[in-house]
Design a protein around this ligand. Sequence first.
Ligand code: NDP
Ligand code: 8X3
Length: 263
Amino acid sequence: MGRLDGRTALVTGASSGIGAATARALGAEGARLVLCARRVERVEALAAAIEDSGGGSCRVLALDVRQRDAVRAAVESLAGSPFEALDILVNNAGLAAGLDPLQSGSFGDWDRMLDTNVKGLLNVTRFVLPGMIERGGGHVVNIGSIAGREVYPNGNVYCASKHAVRALNRALRIDTLGRNVRVTSVDPGLVETEFSLVRFEGDGERARSVYDGLEPLRAEDVADAVLWAVTRPPHVDVEEILLMPTAQASAVHVHRRPSGADA
Ligand code: NDP
Ligand code: 8X3
């Protein structure tokens, strides 16, 4: 008997990192899952693994959250299926692109980050939330970041996008008050996923150096926080969780072991 038996969750960005770990955590508790990302073959493999291990049943949707019409069609495609009544939405899809001073930032990078992290989250929420409200409630979990609370050198637009997520989390809470909708922001510090590989366009060495000499969070740690938030009693809304590696005290205060020292 899982704690999420009979509930349905949609997770964006389920092909990697925090989204994939969240899908596994919710699925292991019996949630029916709608798993979305652009790299659909990865999501299909994950869905098969969750189902094979006795977790909840899965529906896979190929989805770019920036494509508003595609998001609408994806949500509408669930109508009449066992996945229609979404109880939980995890807005996780997101990225950082580049780490450059504002004065020389790339317009393309800015567009990708704002279109995905802010407008993508809005697109999905806009098409899922009315159904939740009609059915009498639901739970929206937004994956924010320490970058939504602080600004670090050259983090400019990524930080702005996560500050926007934090504002939207608050806005959602206020606008849905009285509709039985719970809203949670899970804001992690450094998590070792494909995040830095994406940020540095596949430069593995640079990506690994972000986590040099410290033990970062794992995707599973963040998934665990999401699972905790969605399994509280119905009258409890966990509004925000700030989750940091023990070796990180702010966006810029990170304790690293000297190179060559044992873990
Ligand atoms: P990953 O790169 O491992 O995963 C990112 C996920 O987002 C992938 O599944 C990717 O799927 C999806 N995604 C990206 N762009 C789109 C898009 N346009 N449409 C649909 N899906 C998209 O990174 P993380 O797991 O670390 O990142 C997940 C979230 O966590 C992000 O919002 C990130 O900002 C946040 N975060 C990460 C931290 C970290 O240190 N790693 C810390 C704090 C927050 P695909 O490419 O297949 O579409
Ligand atoms: C992702 C982690 O360090 O770029 O949000 O803020 S960091």
